[in-house]
Design a protein. Structure first.
Length: 124
């Protein structure tokens, strides 16, 4: 059983497109965090990219992974890059099993690959 107050996930804005998540990120909290984040992401200035620090997440399940994937979709729609820091081992394991680990942990690498492809198209 979880301690009172720990189960609630919290989205904290650190400014300049940076956010921190703390608490338990599961089916009972992911939807609320998604709703909060959608409103906050939409308020960002156009050039601001997103960085989400998950170091404060104590527990997570597949809903946490689904939330990260939804954030990737939202970032693409808003033409923003997104980077996840301190992804919990539980989410990394689920991403590996689901074969989406490159999306979650390899976001920076994916961005570099896209930039390389664009550069190759321009030169070729």
């Amino acid at each position: 059983m979880r301690e009172p107050g720990i189960s609630r996930a919290r989205l904290e804005s650190l400014g300049a497109g940076r956010f921190r998540i703390s608490g338990v990120l599961d089916a009972s909290t992911a939807r609320e965090v998604l709703e909060q984040s959608a409103a906050r992401f939409a308020q960002l200035k156009e050039p601001e990219d997103l960085e989400i620090d998950l170091g404060g997440v104590g527990e997570s399940d597949s809903a946490g992974l689904a939330l990260l994937i939804e954030w990737l979709r939202m970032a693409r729609q808003q033409h923003k890059a997104i980077r996840f820091a301190n992804v919990p081992a539980q989410i990394e394991a689920l991403a590996r099993i689901s074969e989406v680990e490159d999306l979650i942990g390899g976001t920076e690498k994916g961005e570099k690959n896209e930039k390389n492809e664009k550069a190759e198209k321009k030169s070729g």
